[in-house]
Design a protein around this ligand. Sequence first.
Ligand code: ADP
Ligand code: MG
Length: 398
Amino acid sequence: MPQPTILCLASYFKGTTFLKAAKKQGAHVLLLTREKNKDEPWPRDYIDEVFLMPSLSLRPDIFYAVSYLMREHEISQVVPLDDYDVETAAALREHLRLPGVGDSVARFFRDKLAMRLQAEAHGIAVPPFVPVFNYDRLRAFMGRVPPPWVLKPRSEAGAMGIKKVSSAEEVWRRLDELGDQQSFFHLEKFVPGEIYHVDSIVWDGEIQFALPHKYARPPMSVAHEGGVFVSRTLKRDGEEGLAILEMNTRLLRAFELPRGVTHAEFIRGEDGRYYFLEVAARVGGANLEQLIEAASGVNLWAEWAKLEIAFAEGRPYQAPTDSEQYAGVLVCLARQEWPDLAAYVEPEIAYRVHKKYHAGLVVLATDEARVQTLLREYARRFGEDFLAVAPPLDKPPT
Ligand SMILES: Nc1ncnc2c1ncn2[C@@H]1O[C@H](COP(=O)(O)OP(=O)(O)O)[C@@H](O)[C@H]1O
Ligand SMILES: [Mg+2]
């Protein structure tokens, strides 16, 4: 079996654990990133060659560039390290006839309208929604489903560009502002409730590992109003955990992901029912990597690298077993460039975030209640010690 060559696409500085794990597994690792990320602390010792372009999403430039690389390199797989690269990776696989997710499956994991339609077609509950295509349908929806609604960009992340709207007049005004961009949005019912996430490892179309978590506050409130972002592990066999794990299984089956890692989100409405919110074919951001590693002993980035290389080499893959701990994460924007967390000393601290203008911790315990106590206490202290509030972004930084 020749050494597999993996081409990683990274529009943003992401996935260093993937790059290291891929190299350790014996792959030849190529990184294609944007020129503006060239000085980021990429793990150069684990990357065979780095290639730079002004943008990874411009076509046909990206097709020309990667086809050119193919002349000298026998690329066996293209892997997107950032969510924005998922569609580009799929288009490249289609063009270069490489294995993995192609255009239509990638769309279920990027386009929020496509995920709504696919979930609904498979009987998975979703908030009532309507595309912004036909105005008669849009009017009928607003007449039938009472506000508030959210007008959502179909392919953004981090709650960017989502607007909560409370009248038809507001929707029309906003659509007017959006002009030609409006079909890249959809409208859906705002379902107040608690928000959960399930992070999975998929191999050969089957979920080999999945862990249920719950955000303390809806991510949109944190992104738009500020505050401390908090998530924690749920009991694997508790009522909430089982409900979202089951929904996650139906979801991934319906979306036909052959292999990879996923981050799916669900809302539990005030009616007590669960609704599918969104799913991505990647490791969740905001230090969910360290949260899940603390809770289970499993690093999703490293497992993703292992399973892609196993696939390239025609070997079977088996996800590690869950160590069944409980973990919690807290992250907030900090007033200080390098906030000092020396006063946070509890032995349950499993990881400290090292990022400018951010304060963050992961805690780990054998029981759920201890994690909750620590998170409550630390969230209060973070509010006093570090918390800064920045205006929300409509679009990712360029
Ligand atoms: N239909 C909805 N009802 C209530 N809250 C929503 C709805 N859609 C999105 N949100 C809020 O916005 C956040 C971001 O939405 P999401 O669809 O997950 O997109 P993103 O990719 O930006 O995370 C959610 O975590 C939730 O707080
Ligand atoms: Mg989300």
